[in-house]
Design a protein around this ligand. Structure first.
Ligand SMILES: NC(=O)c1ccc[n+]([C@@H]2O[C@H](COP(=O)([O-])OP(=O)(O)OC[C@H]3O[C@@H](n4cnc5c(N)ncnc54)[C@H](O)[C@@H]3O)[C@@H](O)[C@H]2O)c1
Length: 363
């Protein structure tokens, strides 16, 4: 590739995940630098720009896309905007990093992959669990045969619900916790096992705690059967109190490993008075809490963004792509349909006319 310097990055969004993107590039600054941020929320992009010394601020991302030096744009905006933004970024000739879930529908996923292919730009899928050091270590051990033949992989992520109103609005999010966090677990099992085809999906879900604020499910169980006979079990909750919980279990005929991402990397803390640390999604720091150190690093966000920048320079092959996001989307469709019908759904599964995956559960 011709440009030897750092990859120039623009960020779309100025909320929770945009902050993580900006912080990640700051933590690992060798390969890329954030030169612009675009978000319509009054005051927010300016605040983000000030926090991370980002020189250019835009309120309309399409204006940012006119900047000729920007090579890669990260999308940290609500799910319903991902497909449209990807098309605009690709047509501006810039590489795309799209947050999870990839988009709202399989049609959108196909369009996103196609437009990026046609424009000759990368479509990189921001699934940080592929870069989470503890989970990467578990995969390395499994690949080396430490557990013998793996028959079950479990991934779960649970907390008491997201921070922004749009997550609760299924028109903008596409679904509840299964869409929001089940996408991580599905991607994780698929990646961990070396990307075998998913043969079937069986799901149960319900809205147990937050029916006053959403039509989306706030708890879900999902069983994936892979073509090699291995099973994935993905558990998610927006109903779990006590802060964030993210963990993995791997079972093989010759061994097992447990990886507890938060409490396993935390200070076991009791405080009568509380303290000024934002334990993610925990309501309070009084009493028992589990503050995680180096949280972004432990999650793999800086490593992920560095990898994406290196892909743009041709130094690495993409490890998380639009195709991965599409596989996840098909499993999400099948999962919602399974929960709606009570049946196990075999893949390929391609119902027509879907606008939001959750429609397949709650018609
Ligand atoms: N990888 C992860 O672990 C992870 C964690 C949280 C969120 N996410 C994903 O990141 C995305 C953003 O989530 P969030 O938590 O940052 O939400 P958020 O509500 O905190 O922020 C959303 C941002 O999008 C911006 N936005 C809205 N409309 C826009 C538009 N038309 N143009 C440009 N910007 C616009 C808003 O101004 C806001 O800054 C979602 O897809 C979410 O699923 C991923």
């Amino acid at each position: 590739m011709s440009n030897p310097g750092k990859v120039k990055v623009g960020i779309i969004g100025s909320g929770f995940e945009a902050d993580i993107h900006a912080a990640s590039f700051q933590i690992m600054p060798e390969e890329a630098e954030v030169v612009a941020v675009a978000s319509p929320t009054p005051g927010h992009p300016e605040t983000l720009a000030e926090r991370y010394q980002i020189p250019r601020v835009f309120h309309d991302y399409r204006e940012m896309l006119k900047e000729p030096d920007i090579e890669m744009v990260t999308i940290a905006a609500p799910n319903y905007l991902h497909a449209r933004m990807t098309g605009d970024i690709a047509r501006a000739g810039k590489h795309v990093v799209c947050e999870k879930p990839l988009c709202m529908t399989l049609d959108e996923a196909d369009e996103m992959i196609e437009v990026c292919r046609k424009q000759g730009v990368l479509l990189l899928y921001a699934e940080e669990l592929f870069f989470t050091p503890k989970y990467v270590k578990a995969k390395e051990m499994a690949d080396q045969g430490a557990f013998g033949k793996v028959y079950l992989v479990k991934q779960s992520e649970k907390h008491f619900g997201p921070h922004s109103p749009w997550f609760w609005d299924v028109e903008k999010s596409g679904g509840g916790v299964f869409m929001d966090m089940g996408c991580h677990g599905i991607a994780f099992c698929y990646w961990f096992l070396g990307r075998p085809a998913i043969r079937s999906v069986l799901c149960q879900m319900g809205t147990y705690v937050h029916a006053d604020k959403t039509r989306g499910e706030d708890n879900s169980f999902c069983i994936l059967e892979f073509e090699n006979g291995t099973v994935g079990l993905v558990e998610n909750s927006w109903a779990r109190r006590g802060g964030m919980d993210d963990r993995v279990e791997v079972y093989g005929e010759g061994g097992v490993t447990y990886a507890n991402l938060h409490m396993g990397n935390a200070l076991e803390t009791y405080s009568e008075y509380g303290y000024g640390y934002a334990v993610e999604k925990a309501p309070s720091t009084q009493g028992w809490s589990y503050p995680v150190y180096e949280e972004l690093w432990n999650y793999g966000f800086p490593q992920e963004m560095r990898h994406f920048a290196r892909c743009v320079r041709g130094k690495e092959e993409p490890q998380a792509t639009g195709e991965d996001g599409r596989v996840v989307m098909e499993a999400l469709y099948a999962g919602y349909h399974s929960a709606g019908t009570g049946c196990k759904i075999n893949l390929p599964f391609r119902p027509q006319g879907v606008q939001r995956p959750i429609e397949l559960w709650r018609k």
